[in-house]
Structures are given as structure tokens and as C-alpha cells.
Design a protein around this ligand. Structure first.
Ligand SMILES: Nc1nc2c(ncn2[C@@H]2O[C@H](COP(=O)(O)OP(=O)(O)OP(=O)(O)O)[C@@H](O)[C@H]2O)c(=O)[nH]1
Length: 648
């Protein structure tokens, strides 16, 4: 995982350029004439195939998508058209897919015309929510596996998502052009781990285009057409949505039955609100307006929804006069990592609020709560699906909204089972979720604390298993399973406390396996944990914003590290400062900052009074940037350096 800065300052020219690009694309979208070249009625359900491309990160999904788009004429074959489905700047810079993208392709096979709807999905675990949503609009998947790396952790996770959704799985072994490619070995792994016969694997090089035509043929021949008929009442699933400042919500839909056209009055099942269809069409991958969408097809719809919350992911749309039973929908995305976000300067609060509001319009999986801290001022506590999700959100704030943000240390959602009848009544429930250490209830009113657990899958070369097992043990993990997927690679399953893997586990795993291990995890509920609240004291006074929830076994090492970091960042003052970590009244770690009298006038020979005044004023200004805790003055930066995740 790449390192990142917690605070960002972005150069204005980059921002201006970004705005220019955005506004020109909005212009081109809003003035795009309705192209009616495509008569979608000529694609009955049996001539439609809806499929996703899924894979471990970097195994070549986006590159294969490019080739498929080129071969079917959706985009021109030029050097410029690389990873066209990765539209966001952050996706292009990091070379990862963050948001699933849809493209409709026209393909002739055996003198028959087919409409293929392809969805390119993200590979990283934080975005697996996007994958499962996309799968619900499909009947089959292309499971891409790198011919050199073989099966990795996300290959396994994605396979099971598709398998549980009962989709047709076509294994595609990519990068056969690489010198170290070993498709034979990968085929054996596929047979062993997924129980798919090796004859079903297709070997390709997405980069060179080798054998990619076979993939298209397999899509038509192996993936079943969608169910549903044009004669049924209109019924569509909203599987994604984004926000356009000019037109409102653009919802991606899969039509499960009937047809819909411009001017139709449709209802969203969740909110029971009626809308008029203003625009609809295919994504190729750019929006391509059409007159109608029919059963089995995947496309977009604009119907005057002003807020993405009106187009809830998983919602069902139907015709006003023909109500239907709602589709099962999806479980809402659950935030796994929380962090405070504050403007670098309080004067930037309104701008940051509007940036966060706008960005969450496009990413409804982020949760936002107002928060405030004495040291950092007014801000928010945001919930993310994982750490990469949080990093990407920050980067988008910076790149798309020119925001500069201070982010606090990430924390996971703990729970407390309350024992006090009074508190239970106050909260309306026995269980209290704690996303902010300041809300940690005292043990005297709690029967037990719970921490979130995850089931982690690690795939690694056998030679590294010893070191990996020690790392897992040091993270309070319990081994659940270990199997050899071939004679060189091992798959291990561990139950981890989420808190233990959230910050640096993946980085450590990568470095101790020289980059060869991969990791994925899924939620595994909550478990009882011996949690305690640890305070940081400066000369005996607690510092509210540095309060942390820790496992009792971890308290000493975390407390010691925080005291050391504070000692480094608080300047010496005229008296000695005790920096302590404490649990209740018991001090568990201590550092001392020695006294030092800084005489700003020392350099001022000759007693020049104006010079003296200037220096004293400078010292007073510096003090304004300090926060006083008891008699100790702490620079704002000190909080930031202790609170934030340690940069690499
Ligand atoms: N040699 C070789 N390189 C390939 C091939 N296909 C993809 N690559 C390279 O592999 C890297 C990752 O490819 P992507 O298409 O971005 O992978 P991805 O699976 O979409 O990645 P995420 O979206 O981040 O999950 C890029 O540098 C590609 O150029 C191939 O067939 N041969």
C-alpha cells in the first residue's frame, strides 16, 4: 500500500486544470445529441450477455477491458486509450480501479448480433462491496489470473462472491507473454482450489491481444442470457449511482423485466417516490442516450433525483401504474475504519464541509458525523470500508476539491454491552457502538466490550510461512486453516481482530515476504475483548484528543510509543514536563521533557528596544498556535504527529 501524507496542500494550477477538464466533460455530456443509431429492440434477451471482470489487484482486468472495447469498436485502438474504464484521476495515478464501470459492446458471432454488457470491477478488498453489487447485474464472470503470480488472496475472495451468486465462471489466465509465465501451474491451482477443469481455462495476453477473441466467444457460448421478458412489467435494479452537478443522480440500472422509455413515470421502491425519466441509454463506456431500455439490458437513467440517497444502491424501480415486488437489494456497506477529519485551518471549515458533502454524494459508503476537538477545532468523524478507501477519499478531496485536511489515527468500531438500566434506556439498546474513544463507557456500566473480527486469507510462498505465522501471532490472530495450493504456495486462514490489521499489517506482510504474499479479509462478527481506555497526561492533566481504546495486552507498547512521539514534538519549556500514558489512575509509561528557558532576547546585543519588542511579539504570536494543557503549551503539530498514522 503506498505511503501517504495526512495533510495535503495542492497547487492551484493543478486544481484549475482539473476543473477545466471536468467542466468540459460536463459540457460535452449536456450537449450530446440523442444518438438513436442503436435500435436496442433488436437485442431480445437471448442476444444479451451481462458479465463482470473480477480478479486480484493488478492481474489485468482493466487491460483486458480495453482490448474488449477496442475489438468491438467501442473505442479506437490508440496508445491514448489505456485503462479507459479507470476514469478517476486517483485511479489513473495509483493504477487501481476504485469504482466499477460499465460498458456495452456490440459483437457479431456466428452471424448473430449480440449486446454484451461488461462491468470492470475493483480488485482491492476495500472495494469488494462494489464487486458484489456489480455481480447482481450479471450472469457470468471472467475470473482473471496472472500467469506468473497464480491464484492470490483476492482471486479466492472474488471467486467465492461469484460462486455464491451462482454465476458462470470463466477462468482466464492472463499475461502469458511474460518470461516467467507458468500457465500449466496456474491451471493446476485452479483445478485444486476451485474445482474447475483445466480445459475450461483460456490463456491470453491482454496486453498483446493474444487469444482475446476466444474470451468474447466464451462469453457468448458459456454465459447464459439474463432471465426476464420484455412482456413483463418494467422492473430494474439500481446497482450503482453517481452524481452529476447538472442533471442530478445518474443511476446505473439492470433491467430485469419489461421496458422503460423517456417520459415514463417510475417509482423507487425504497422511498415510494415517483420520478419522470428525463434521459436513459447505454454506457459505451461514455453515455450514449437511447429511446428505450429493454429487459436484460444494462444502462443508465436520469430521472430528476437530486440526491444519491434517492437512488439507493440495491433499490428497485418500476412503472407507476404497474407496481412489482421489490428485488432483494443489498446489505448496506458497513464502515470498518473511522477517523476524524479537520480543516488545516478553521477558516477553511465551510469549504471542506462542501467538499466532503459533494464527494460523499458519489460515494454513499462513506459515513459522516460532525465531531469537534479542542485541539483541532470543528470537524467530522468519517467511516470508511478500509484504510485504502480512506486514503483514496483523502486523495480525491485533495485532487478534485483542493481541500487540505488533517486526519486523525484510524480506529475501528468497538461495541460495549451496557449493564446499567439507565444507560440502556438512554441509548434505546443494550449495545453501544463506539467510533470515538471519547465515548468509551466506563467498565462499571458495561458487562462486556466487543471488538470487530475478520477472517483473513493469506496466500504466500511456502518458504515464508514461518515468518508470516509469527507476524500473525503477534497480532493476536488465531489460525483456522492451512492448505497447500501447489508444491510451492500455501493458503492460510486466520481470525484477526480488525484493529490489528487496519494500519500496517499489509505493509509488514508484503515486506517480510518480499512482496510475494497477498492478503484479503471478510467480516467475521464481534468477539469479547479486554479493552481499556488509555489516557495521555501532560503534567498530570489528561489530553482529551489523545485518548485511545486499546487491548489490555497492547496498552504498554502503544502508550510508550505515543509518549515517545509526544516527547519529540513538544518543545522544551521553562519547567519539566511529564508525558504519561495512564489507565485509570495507573501510569504505565512515562517520558520527561527537560526544562529549558528560551531567552529570545539573548541574541539582542546593545539593548535596541524596537528589536526587542519585535522579538517578543514574534514569541507571543508563536504561542497563539499553541494549545495550553494545564501549564504546558503544546504546538498543534504535536497533536497531529501523535494522532496520525505514522508515515513511512
Ligand atoms: N506483460 C503483460 N502485462 C500485462 C498484461 N495485462 C496487463 N498487464 C499489465 O499489468 C498491470 C496491471 O494491469 P491492470 O489492467 O491495471 O490491472 P487491474 O487488474 O485492472 O488492476 P486493478 O484495477 O488495480 O485491480 C499493468 O501494468 C498492465 O500493463 C499482459 O497480458 N501481459
Amino acid at each position: 500500500m503506498p505511503g501517504y501524507n495526512m495533510s495535503y496542500r495542492v497547487l492551484r494550477p493543478r486544481w484549475m486544470k482539473c476543473l477545466a477538464v471536468l467542466s468540459s466533460s460536463f459540457r460535452s455530456l449536456s450537449t450530446q445529441p440523442a444518438k438513436d443509431g442503436v435500435d436496442l429492440s433488436k437485442f431480445p434477451v437471448d442476444k444479451i450477455r451481462n458479465f463482470c471482470i473480477i480478479a486480484h489487484i493488478d492481474h489485468g482486468k482493466s487491460t483486458l477491458a480495453d482490448r474488449l472495447l477496442e475489438m468491438t469498436g467501442a473505442i479506437a485502438k490508440t496508445e491514448k486509450n489505456k485503462q479507459v474504464l479507470d476514469k478517476l484521476q486517483v485511479e489513473r495515478e495509483r493504477g487501481i480501479t476504485v469504482k466499477a464501470q460499465t460498458a456495452s459492446l456490440f459483437y457479431s458471432h456466428d452471424r448473430q448480433e449480440y449486446l454484451l454488457n461488461l462491468i470492470d470491477t475493483p480488485g482491492h478488498v476495500d472495494f469488494s462491496y462494489e464487486v458484489s453489487r456489480s455481480l447482481s447485474a450479471c450472469q457470468g464472470v471472467l475470473l482473471i489470473i496472472d500467469a506468473n503470480q497464480g491464484i492470490q488472496a483476492q482471486t479466492v475472495a472474488n471467486f467465492y462472491l461469484a460462486f455464491e451468486a451462482q454465476l458462470t465462471i470463466i477462468p482466464v489466465i492472463n499475461k502469458i507473454d511474460l518470461k516467467n509465465a507458468d500457465p500449466e501451474r496456474v491451471e493446476s491451482q485452479i483445478e485444486k482450489v476451485f474445482d474447475i477443469p483445466r480445459e475450461e481455462c483460456i490463456r491470453i495476453s491482454a496486453k498483446l491481444g493474444t487469444n482475446v477473441e476466444t474470451v468474447l466467444q466464451a462469453v457468448v457460448e458459456r454465459i447464459p442470457p439474463p432471465a426476464g421478458s420484455i412482456d413483463d412489467p418494467f422492473k430494474a435494479l439500481v446497482f450503482d449511482s453517481n452524481f452529476d452537478h447538472y442533471r442530478g443522480v445518474v443511476a446505473n440500472i439492470a433491467v430485469f423485466g419489461g421496458r422503460v422509455k423517456k417520459g415514463d413515470k417510475i417509482v423507487s421502491a425504497c422511498l415510494c417516490k415517483t420520478y419522470e425519466v428525463n434521459e436513459l441509454g447505454l454506457l459505451r463506456p461514455e453515455e450514449h442516450p437511447t429511446q428505450k431500455l429493454f429487459a436484460g439490458q444494462v444502462g443508465y437513467i436520469v430521472a430528476g433525483m437530486k440526491d444519491v440517497k434517492e437512488a439507493q444502491i440495491g433499490d428497485t424501480l418500476y412503472h407507476q401504474e404497474q407496481p412489482v415486488e421489490a428485488l432483494p437489494g443489498f446489505k448496506p456497506a458497513k464502515a470498518m475504519v473511522f477517523a476524524g477529519m479537520y480543516p488545516m485551518d478553521q477558516s477553511e471549515y465551510p469549504a471542506l464541509r462542501s467538499a466532503i458533502e459533494r464527494l460523499t454524494l458519489n460515494d454513499s459508503s462513506v459515513t459522516v458525523q460532525r465531531d469537534s476537538s479542542l485541539a483541532l477545532g470543528a470537524g467530522w468523524r468519517l467511516g470508511f470500508l478500509g484504510l485504502l478507501h480512506m486514503e483514496v477519499f483523502n486523495q480525491r478531496l485533495e485532487q478534485e476539491y483542493n481541500a487540505s485536511v488533517t486526519v486523525t489515527a484510524p480506529t475501528v468500531p468497538y461495541k460495549a454491552v451496557l449493564s446499567s438500566a439507565k444507560l440502556i434506556k438512554e441509548h434505546g439498546s443494550e449495545e453501544l457502538t463506539i467510533v470515538n474513544p471519547a465515548q468509551f463507557p466506563d467498565r462499571s456500566v458495561v458487562s462486556e466490550y466487543l471488538e470487530p473480527m475478520v477472517l483473513g486469507t493469506i496466500l504466500a510462498p511456502e518458504t515464508h510461512t514461518g515468518k508470516i505465522m509469527s507476524l500473525c501471532l503477534s497480532r493476536r490472530a488465531v489460525q483456522k486453516n492451512m492448505v497447500y495450493i501447489d508444491d510451492q504456495r500455501v493458503m492460510m486462514k486466520y481470525l484477526f481482530p480488525l484493529n490489528e490489521i487496519v494500519v500496517d499489517f499489509y505493509d509488514l506482510l508484503k515486506s517480510l515476504s518480499s512482496g510475494y504474499a497477498s492478503f484479503d479479509y471478510e467480516n467475521a462478527g464481534y468477539q469479547t475483548a479486554d479493552l481499556i481506555k488509555m489516557d495521555i497526561l501532560l503534567n498530570g492533566r489528561p489530553v482529551e484528543e489523545l485518548t485511545t481504546i486499546v487491548h489490555r495486552d497492547r496498552a504498554y507498547s502503544t502508550g510508550k510509543a505515543m509518549c515517545e512521539r509526544l516527547k519529540e514534538s513538544i518543545p522544551r519549556q521553562m519547567f519539566e514536563i511529564a508525558v504519561q500514558a495512564a489507565i485509570g489512575s495507573k501510569v504505565i509509561a512515562r517520558e520527561t521533557i527537560k526544562a529549558y528557558r528560551k531567552n529570545v532576547l539573548a541574541k539582542c546585543y546593545g539593548g535596541d528596544i524596537t528589536r526587542k519588542m519585535k522579538l517578543l511579539k514574534k514569541q507571543a504570536d508563536g504561542k497563539k498556535k499553541m494549545r495550553r494543557i494545564g501549564n504546558v503549551e503544546v504546538p498543534k503539530d504535536a497533536f497531529i504527529s501523535v494522532l496520525k498514522r505514522k508515515e513511512k
